[in-house]
Design a protein around this ligand. Sequence first.
Ligand SMILES: [Zn+2]
Ligand SMILES: [Zn+2]
Length: 160
Amino acid sequence: MRFIFIVSIHNREKLIGQGEFECPHCRVGRVYQRKEIRPYLSFYFIPLFPVGKTDDVIQCRTCRNLFEPAAIKRQEREKPKRDSLADLINGLKDRIANGEPADYLIRDLTKAGVDLEVALQLVKPLIEPEPLMCPTCGLNYAPNIATCAECGQPLGAEPK
Ligand SMILES: [Zn+2]
Ligand SMILES: [Zn+2]
């Protein structure tokens, strides 16, 4: 008597997530599925036990191409950066009105990757027409700000 074992290796897929990404193949926004793929030793097509490492892949639901999870991780990292720059620019007016020196705003903008020239163009109009300068710190404020946020010295007071 002879036994014939039909043993093979099959990939088991497990759906672990879904979302939208910019598909590197389609080059537009697509829906992706994130899957865990693990090779299983199968007997008569019944998976018995895993025989290899789990692979984590991203699959475009439109073109069905597989990508490294890095394809979405990279985009997730880039997105908050864009949002925070927009927030930063949108928040400039409030920060000036709350008495923050223009210099700090320019520093934050350039830190976020904005050219100094552009940062100046964004911030300067907010402290016009007559910016106040703290005589001690040299920081610049909007005309309606009473005291320097840095040293607490009254702004715009005539030196006696
Ligand atoms: Zn695609
Ligand atoms: Zn000051």
